[in-house]
Design a protein. Structure first.
Length: 705
């Protein structure tokens, strides 16, 4: 007889809690019973080490004791799924050292033996602490690794905490400091020095009694559209200005009271611009806060000390006003309604505690801004007769005034109200780096018929200029788009105007948005411009330079007299051997302006076609034909009680002056010059006829004396 016994696995016995089991066997004729006794078997999974916290880039060791069999360590990103076997040294040992970790990970041991099969240990968490805490054990330098809890400088992947208990509080100096988020605790202070940048990817939180200070020409950058909390102080210095001068400001924070920003400024000298009426209106409530991205025209303080003393108060010395905006820093996308009425100008400003890119500003607003809209900046000394505004486009900057030095000659370093416009240029050759500073207000012009909004975004924001050499607006003398540019000045008695011609790859002879800049005129006594169609331009961009090009150069003079056209500065081919000629269409003369200034006399009025700029002389330039005197090339005007007469390149022989009845009042013979002044005429206020005889003929002109 054979007996067949079927045994159940011990795991089932143990699971059922049984120690004995009766087993029945059967044959064809008999039955037998056997009793089996089971003993409980332990299958230990071992004891693993505790969870651990490490700094980024460090290794950790996980271990296990009290296990039987072989083991294999496994790793998971979340501790629940996707377990994979680790490799390398000690992957099957009781103690396993992880590779350098930048992200948290979880580990377990897989234990295998003949009795129990495959078992799993408890999970060990290795947490990578990406939150960096300032320790300040060695110094105040943000970029010193030993000043941080993990012995390394934070990156933009790390949340950062600045506690108030550190012996040295952090300072960021002339570099970029980065953090994913930033918390500044109570009693803590973080300083961003001039030329340095603090870049926070997400949000900034400043607790009560905590302090963040961004010094003049430092920068706070953010990428995410997160709401900040708490107050920071953003400092911005004006250019050197006289007591009654103005600056157009824009606040980089929310919550800064208008009047408190400049407490020594007269309460009636804070203005906003009403575009529909084309006028400035006095701010009525100085306790109100600056509106975001809105420009405010604010006069300089009445005095430095609050009292009427010193050369600044007397108006003989300048002052650099050290402005400070305190509030919650602006961040994210910001929009401003554009004025579509009247001349369509709106006074706006950089809303961020960082510079913004000119190129990005123009690119992102091309659907709402006029083709002639540059950025127009207030640059006017109080009561001056020059233009209030200078103009900036992607083709260049034109100044609005020049300061005379002690010799009375105009200097090439533009200053107005003490503002040195030469420092707005540097040697950086990338147009993408042109930028507008924190706190700067300016005018833009809306596209005709547009009812949209001007937009500012975080993508426009730029880091501070290393070294902090950045005035209110900063551009570069050269760019990478094959520019060849020239700047021409028109100067007269108490008059100045500048225009620029820029030859740029991709530009056209029509209007080029972002590159052409219209002439924003006000009460200036002289104005120089080029034209496209019916549009007067302060800056004109044209296609790549061609020596055959001719550019019409017009001007307006409110006062008759002598003026000068002078080459200010050049770049590209014009900085080399390329000649630049001024053609005087009235006198039919040519002058190489690279060899010196061109002086001319004009009556008052607008003269859109008198001059041309050209780069090579016509073949008949050396003609010896004698010029003819005409009414166009003879100028007669009164100035300071004298009658001034100029005949261009034609010599006068004699001059006779008649009253309206034909009676001769004055005669001068044997002049033999192209200019004369008659100052000894005795006549009452009346209309006079001036008869000029020249080698080229006779011309008569009327003048009110």
């Amino acid at each position: 007889m054979s007996t067949k016994i079927t045994l159940l696995k011990s795991a089932l016995l143990l699971a059922a809690g049984l120690t004995q089991l009766a087993v029945f066997g059967f044959s064809k004729t008999t039955k037998s019973v056997a009793t089996l006794t089971s003993t409980t078997i332990e299958c230990p999974t071992g004891n693993v080490s505790d969870n651990t916290i490490i700094c980024p880039g460090e290794t950790a060791t996980v271990s296990i004791t009290g296990y039987e069999g072989t083991l294999q360590w496994q790793e998971s990103a979340d501790g629940e799924s996707n377990w994979i076997n680790v490799t390398g040294p000690n992957a099957t040992s009781a103690a396993y050292t992880t590779p350098e970790l930048n992200f948290s990970a979880y580990y377990r041991a897989v234990i295998t033996n003949e009795t129990c099969g495959e078992l799993f240990s408890d999970v060990v968490a290795v947490t990578v602490n990406t939150v960096f805490t300032w320790v300040g054990a060695f110094s105040s330098d943000w970029n010193t690794p030993n000043n941080w809890s993990c012995g390394m400088v934070p990156t933009q992947e790390n949340p950062v905490i600045i506690p108030g208990y550190a012996f040295h509080q952090p300072i960021i100096t002339d570099a970029t400091a980065r953090a994913r988020t930033l918390i500044v605790d109570s009693d803590a202070e973080l300083v961003v020095a001039t030329g340095a940048t603090l870049k926070v990817i997400n949000n900034l939180s400043v607790y009560d009694n905590g302090s963040v200070i961004v010094e003049n020409n430092g920068a706070l950058l953010q990428e995410g559209a997160y709401n900040n909390s708490g107050f920071v102080t953003i400092k911005k210095h004006s250019n050197p200005l006289y007591r009654l001068d103005y600056t157009m400001w824009s606040s980089p924070v929310q919550g800064q009271a208008i009047g408190a920003f400049s407490p020594f400024t007269s309460a009636s000298r804070f203005y906003t611009y009403n575009g529909a009426e084309d006028e400035f209106a006095t701010v009525q409530d100085l306790t109100a806060s600056f509106e975001t991205a809105k420009a405010y025209l604010i006069r300089m303080p009445n005095s430095i000390t609050g009292g009427p003393t010193g050369p600044y108060y007397a108006g003989t010395e300048t002052l650099t006003y050290q402005g400070a905006f305190t509030g919650t820093p602006n961040n994210g996308t910001i929009t401003v309604d554009l004025n579509s009425a009247g001349n369509r100008y709106t006074a706006v400003g950089n809303p961020y505690p960082s510079p913004i890119s000119l190129q990005e500003f123009f690119n992102q607003n091309q659907t709402v801004l006029d083709s002639l809209s540059g950025m127009h900046f207030w640059r006017k000394k109080n009561d001056a007769t020059v233009s209030t505004y200078c103009t900036l486009t992607l083709a260049g900057l034109v100044a609005n005034a020049a300061t005379s030095d002690d010799t009375g000659e105009a200097t090439p370093d533009y200053q107005f109200g003490g503002q040195d416009q030469a420092v707005y240029y540097n040697t950086d050759d990338d147009v993408a780096n042109w930028m507008l500073s924190t706190g700067q207000g300016f005018f833009v012009r809306a596209k005709e018929g547009a009812t949209g909004q001007l937009t500012f975004t975080n993508s426009m924001r730029k880091s501070a200029t290393p070294g902090g050499n950045q005035s209110f607006f900063k551009i570069n003398q050269n760019n990478t788009i094959a520019a060849a540019r020239l700047w021409i000045n028109l100067s007269g008695s108490n008059s100045f105007s500048q225009t620029a011609i820029a030859y740029i790859d991709g530009a056209t002879t029509g209007l080029d948005y972002g590159y052409d800049g219209g002439r924003l005129s006000d009460n200036e006594t002289a104005q120089l411009y080029t034209t496209v169609g019916q549009n007067n331009l302060a800056i004109q961009a044209r296609p790549v330079f061609n020596a055959n090009d001719v550019v019409a150069l017009g001007y307006t003079a409110n006062n008759a007299g002598q003026y000068t056209l002078a080459l200010d500065h050049t770049d590209g081919v014009f900085a080399a051997a390329q000649d630049i000629y001024i053609k005087d269409n009235m006198l039919n003369t040519y002058h190489n302006i690279k060899e010196g200034a061109y002086s001319f006399t004009t009556e008052a009025g607008t003269f859109a076609n008198r001059f041309e700029v050209l780069y090579q002389l016509p073949e008949d330039k050396l003609s010896t034909d004698s010029p003819l005197a005409t009414a166009n090339n003879v100028i007669v005007y009164q100035q300071n009680g004298a009658i001034n007469i100029t005949t261009g390149n034609i010599a006068m022989t004699d001059v006779t002056i008649y009253d309206i009845s034909g009676r001769a009042l004055y005669n001068q013979n044997n002049i033999n010059a192209s200019a004369t002044a008659i100052s000894n005429l005795t006549a009452q206020q009346q209309v006079l006829v001036v008869e000029i005889n020249t080698a080229g003929g006779k011309v008569s002109k009327k003048i009110i004396y």
